[in-house]
Ligand binder design. Structure first.
Ligand code: SAM
Length: 270
């Protein structure tokens, strides 16, 4: 029986399962890691395609079952662990960046992706099933209503591709929301380099605290009037009209800021 507290919605649509694995396109020698294998719906096809597969599953009741099912696979490693606390360095082999796959429990998807971004330079790519709205926000371009903190911070590290949608009927039990598959490919070299990532985060948080405010109004808690006027952007714009490149540029002018106001509710973080 599916456990709600583990965010268990098992994929039962074989067409979708094949589409996901086709999108991942695993090669024999790839080092693949699946987060939350559940009953092995995706795992089975991954195991057929690659020689090096590790899975991380939190629910200990699923573990014996997964062991039996995959023990014959040559290089199968099963970790009964919380992926949020898992040290992914133990899976990284020299010259073999990880390929990460997961139909993630939606309640942990954002913190988990931020945890994984910490290993971005040792990750080749990541394919995740997420809430459709979250994928939209990750892939959002400036000027769209979905553009905000999540998209900016993920796009700082990765190219983001919204691949395809998955309806609730593809799962057992069906989730209440539509889902989508996203591909994240960490940049080999960051296109824009923030001197201090925390400053960039603070800046973006403050700017988007009230999306309807102009930058002039929202940034005055961080900067003096003179500093504001020296910024290379139009201060009458709203936060959603500022590109990642411009946020990084502003952030690098700020130095190490301590926010004057406390950061409010996390509108983008589920
Ligand atoms: N991959 C399977 C599928 O597609 O049918 C299961 C997907 S289900 C949405 C999410 C899976 O992640 C469940 O098996 C759940 O037990 C597991 N899980 C939940 N929280 C986890 C965590 N913190 N770390 C690792 N696995 C977790």
């Amino acid at each position: 029986k599916a456990r709600k507290r583990f965010g268990q919605n098992f994929l039962v649509d074989h067409g979708i399962i094949r589409d996901i694995v086709r999108a991942v396109h695993p090669q024999k020698t790839d080092v693949v890691v699946e987060i939350g294998p559940g009953k092995g719906a995706i795992t089975e096809l991954l195991a057929d395609a690659c020689d090096n597969l590790s899975v991380i599953e939190l629910d200990r009741d699923l573990v014996p079952w997964l062991k039996v099912k995959f023990e014959k696979h040559p290089n199968f490693q099963l970790f009964q662990a919380d992926a949020l606390r898992f040290d992914f360095r133990q899976l990284i082999k020299p010259g073999q960046p990880l390929r990460i796959v997961g139909n993630l429990p939606y309640n942990i998807s954002t913190p988990l992706i931020f945890h994984l971004l910490g290993y971005a330079n040792q990750v080749k790519d990541m394919h995740f099933m997420l809430q459709k709205e979250v994928v939209k926000r990750m892939a959002a371009e400036p000027g769209s209503g979905a553009y905000g903190r999540l998209g900016i911070m993920v796009q700082y590290f990765c190219a983001v591709e919204n691949l395809f949608e998955v309806p609730p009927t593809s799962f057992d039990p069906p989730p209440k929301v539509d889902s989508a598959i996203v591909r994240l490919v960490p940049h080999q070299q960051l296109p824009y380099l923030a001197n201090n990532l925390k400053t960039l985060e603070t800046l973006v948080n403050v700017a988007f605290q009230q999306r309807r405010k102009t930058l002039r109004n929202s940034l005055k808690s961080l900067l003096s009037m003179a500093q504001l006027d020296s910024l290379p952007v139009d201060l009458n714009l709203r936060p959603e009209n500022i590109s990642l490149a411009e946020y990084v540029q502003i952030s690098n002018l700020l130095g190490d800021v301590t926010p004057v106001t406390t950061v409010g509710p996390e509108e983008d973080i589920e």
